[in-house]
Design a protein around this ligand. Sequence first.
Ligand code: 4NP
Length: 160
Amino acid sequence: MEKIRILMVCLGNICRSPLAQGIMEHKAKLVGLDIFVDSAGTANYHSGEHPHTSSIRVARENGIDISGQQARQFLPGDLNKFDLIYAMDSDNFENIHRITGTNQSVQKVRLFLDESYPGEGMNVPDPWYGNYDGYLKVFDLIAANCDTIITKIKDKSLFA
Ligand code: 4NP
């Protein structure tokens, strides 16, 4: 089987999506799942920067090193380079459709937390304006959803 390619997308690509990338890579490795994961931001404010220090810290406290990641902007061509494109929130879900010129019928573009909470429109809150507590909550939310995605990959229901 071809390696599944997953892109995690937020606004700046320095807080949420680098965590989603790092956590997904880490968990996939733990269960011996060979997938490719990347992340991007729909804005270019932070292109080239490493993840936010609080994202690096919460990941490190959980045994995951995301310090080597570098922010990049989401590009229209990403639509064809990935099997799944996960938006961390509904604003960025809309941004992805705007940038790629697609609409909600494109099954590969999904709201990330829809995998655990289908149809509830749940967002991963943006921790950028808050304190470290927000990063702890975001870590847990993302980690639990990565477990859901891995379970769906294993039981082959992710693309059903
Ligand atoms: P992210 O968080 O989308 O999770 O990376 C943000 C990072 C930076 C900004 C907003 C959100 N900003 O406005 O610079």
